[in-house]
Design a protein around this ligand. Structure first.
Ligand code: HDE
Length: 741
């Protein structure tokens, strides 16, 4: 008889032989009471005619139980070997476990979102300030009302596996699980959109997505089809300019603004209405990467934003945003200071209408299962609660259709509201029945209205009992047309205002971005046409990009407007909390490690995240005075840090005896470890605060940093260097260094 492979026994007990004694933990799949829902995710209360909840507490299985089973609950004795006719024989079709396991695996992926496929989500809480009650009756905005929320941030163009730091618009979608039903605020980090009418959405997305023949480039707008469309379609000029600005490459999801984009209508308790635009203001300020950082991160850490969000929440550095509104009178014209409030390619400058805070969002918990939560969450601009209504923005109208429709393909049927992440946190008592993936067991016989057989239940509410009643807005009598109003025709004044509101370094970034993106286009005609668009925004912008492309700068074809700059649009000039800023402390272990420890503790004390970077893993230092290293010269790139400090590195021994040892071991102008020099050089180029003590100046010299350069914190010891560095961080970057460049 052939010898048995000992690996056969590894999968578990063999029939007939006693198996291992299972640990004494409760069986998770036992029939009986409903499994506990997550504290903040109570199951859907599908209430039957007698008022009894039905279909609540859906089965939630995990790997916690003692026995591995099939999906039918039958215990398994082996999951590592297919059932075969002998160890080398054919696999038998009767192996149900094999077929079930592979079948389920085959269907693990669902279609990704057609846009915004790449995202990261987190749970949190929204606190109402009560400041909106005069204009809005929504209960979640009342003073001290606390509402659970789920937020999903995203890029737009890339696939699910694409890099986080690409140049793109970011989605900022928030689900408020309010007592009056779910409210979704499905916004972006850019306050305007490419198009004024939803009918053009497939066009702009087809143009931005990879070329259909070879499916490249991934998650990029730097290609011919995108610039072909936006250069032909000048209402996109405003959004495109925001994309080419630093807003297109945020430093972190935690440091982005969010905008509802459309104008919404708020309704108060007496039925009065006001028009509003929603804004999310991050407590950490609005900050961005520079383009080279974003590109390097695409390779070094494609999950940079996802990791940043997850790590911050796990570390207890809960990100916060204030929700604010700009409020406008609900006049029949629906304009404010000449700006058409129904045109989603326009902003209302904050200087004309300040953003008034109405509540605070705090993200407090990471997801437990990415698929179940971040992937399956389904947002919809039509998920509204009493007090918040829509306007006639034609872009919004198309979205009201699209977001329900897309879930049918993505989530496989009409019952996606029953998925745990999508369940309202208030009683659901609908008459929607059956359909794919129905998980509720509805009782009663009369899911129709009116009925007498189920006692006439459920009953209809009125405005006084919490019903959602649309604001009775008058719709002007008009003929059917396929036309945009004249007020939508100015495509250049606001882009020009944005350009004029930028600081010098921000303008340089914009010029570089257009030059890069158009430089990636092959079609000369596309580049020339886009230069024509830039000429209508600003002659300097146009000339500088034209110079970079090696093309003549065209003349403007419209009279350039002279709008007032809006300082609120610039990201430069303020100071912000430094919580969660990452400081790399680079040491080769030869200096005084007690100073490294002191700097690390000071950084932690200031709420920053200090990481010690050494030549290799493990520890630096010598016996009795050692320090654990968190990153190594092999794993660290400057783009992962907001600032870098180079720890004291003793000067090389006097070279009188011609000792070459010191040169080999110690960084100096002609012998520094090239990886330390690279870290420094990049950080310098990217406008980051950097510095060090006791020998760091030799490294700076090796990295080509000019003596007396802006934003370099040298100190006689670690404490002094850290103190000087920490004073620069609230500005996010050393902007003056870009001026000098
Ligand atoms: Fe979306 N958009 N969109 N969009 N959108 C989707 O819905 C659509 C628009 C936004 O994290 C899709 O469930 C149309 C503006 C975010 O799950 C889809 C139009 C704004 C997210 C869809 C727009 C957004 C989406 C794809 C033009 C900012 C991600 C998957 C009329 C105010 C939500 C899905 C998440 C997702 C359609 C324009 C924001 C196809 C037709 C303007 C943040 O339904």
């Amino acid at each position: 008889m052939a010898e048995k492979n000992p690996a056969n026994a590894a999968g578990g007990p063999v029939p007939g032989r006693p198996g291992p004694v299972p640990p004494q933990v409760p069986e998770p799949t036992e029939p009986g009471g409903p499994l506990p829902p997550k504290a903040d995710q109570a199951g859907p209360e599908t209430v039957g005619p007698t008022g009894q909840p039905t279909g609540a507490g859906q089965d939630r299985r995990a790997q916690g139980g003692p026995w591995l089973t099939t999906a039918q609950g039958t215990r398994l004795y082996d999951t590592d070997h297919s059932l075969k006719a002998g160890p080398r024989g054919p696999v038998l079709l009767q192996d149900h476990h094999l077929r079930e396991k592979i079948m389920h695996f085959d269907h693990e992926r669902i279609p990704e979102r057609v846009v915004h496929a790449r995202g990261a989500g987190a749970h949190g809480v929204f606190l109402g300030y009560g400041t909106a009650t005069e204009i809005c009756k929504a209960g979640f905005l009342a003073k001290d009302a606390e509402t659970p929320v789920f937020v999903r941030f995203s890029t737009v163009l890339g696939s699910r596996g694409s890099a986080d730091t690409v140049r793109d618009t970011r989605g900022f979608a928030t689900k408020f699980y309010t007592d009056e039903g779910t409210f979704d605020l499905v916004g972006n980090n850019i306050p305007v959109f490419f198009i004024q009418d939803a009918v053009k959405f497939p066009d702009v997305i087809h143009a931005g997505k990879p070329h259909p023949d070879r499916e490249i480039p991934q998650a990029q707008s730097a290609h011919d089809t995108f610039w072909d469309f936006v250069s032909l379609h000048t209402e996109a000029a405003h959004h495109t300019l925001w994309n080419m600005s630093d807003r297109g490459i945020p430093r972190s999801y935690r440091m982005m603004e969010g905008f509802g984009v459309h104008t919404f209508r708020m309704v108060n308790a007496s039925g009065g209405t006001a028009l509003v635009k929603f804004h999310w203001k991050p407590k950490l300020g609005v900050h961005s990467l520079v383009w080279e950082e974003a590109q390097l991160l695409g390779g070094v850490d494609p999950d940079f934003h996802r990791r940043d969000l997850f790590d911050a929440i796990e570390a207890g550095a809960f990100p916060q945003w204030e929700l604010g509104v700009q409020v406008f009178p609900d006049t029949p014209e629906q304009t404010f200071e000449g700006i058409d409030l129904l045109d989603s390619t326009k902003i209302v400058p904050e200087e004309l209408s300040p953003v008034q805070p109405i509540g605070l969002l705090t993200l407090t918990a990471n997801t437990k299962n990415f698929f179940a939560e971040t992937e399956q969450v389904a947002f919809h601009v039509g998920h509204l609660v009493p007090g918040i209504d829509v306007t006639d923005d034609p872009l919004l109208a198309g979205r009201l259709f699209s977001y329900l429709d897309t879930q049918i393909t993505r989530l496989g049927g009409p019952n996606f509201a029953q998925l745990p992440i999508n369940r309202p946190h208030t009683a659901v008592n609908d008459m929607l029945r059956d359909g794919m993936h129905q998980t509720a067991v509805h009782t009663g016989v009369a899911p129709y209205h009116p009925n007498s057989l189920d006692g006439g239940c459920p009953f209809l509410a009125g405005a006084d009992t919490g019903a959602y009643v649309e604001a009775p807005v008058t719709v002007p009598a008009a003929s059917k047309v396929r036309e945009a109003p004249l007020s939508y025709a100015d495509h250049f004044t606001q882009p020009r205002q944005f350009w004029l509101s930028m600081s010098e370094p921000e303008r340089e970034h914009i010029i570089a971005a257009y030059t890069f993106e158009l430089g990636k286009c092959y079609e000369q005609a596309v580049k020339e046409r886009q230069l024509g668009v830039l000429a209508n925004i600003d002659p300097v912008l146009c000339a500088r990009v034209a110079e970079g492309l090696g093309l003549p700068a065209p003349e403007a074809t419209v009279a350039l407007a002279d709008p007032e700059p809006s300082p609120a649009l610039s990201q430069v000039g303020g100071t912000w909390p430094v919580d969660g800023r990452t400081i790399g402390i680079v040491t080769d272990g030869t200096g005084d490690l007690s100073q490294v420890r002191a700097v690390r503790d000071a950084a932690l004390g200031a709420g920053m995240l200090p990481l010690v970077i050494g030549p290799s893993g493990g520890k630096v230092g010598s016996d009795g005075d050692e320090l654990t290293v968190q990153r190594t010269f092999a794993t660290a790139r400057s783009v992962e840090y907001d600032a870098l400090l180079f720890a004291g590195i003793p000067a090389p021994a006097a070279d009188a005896a011609g000792s070459s040892d010191a040169k080999a071991a110690l960084p100096q102008a002609d012998g520094a470890d090239p990886r330390m020099v690279l870290l420094l050089g990049e950080a310098y180029r990217h406008g980051k605060a950097l510095g060090g003590w006791d020998g760091a100046d030799r490294l700076l010299e090796a990295a080509g940093v000019p003596a007396g350069a802006e934003g370099v914190a040298l100190g006689s010891d670690g404490a002094e260097a850290f103190d000087r560095l920490a004073r620069m961080l609230p500005e996010h970057r050393v902007w003056r260094r870009f001026d000098a460049a």
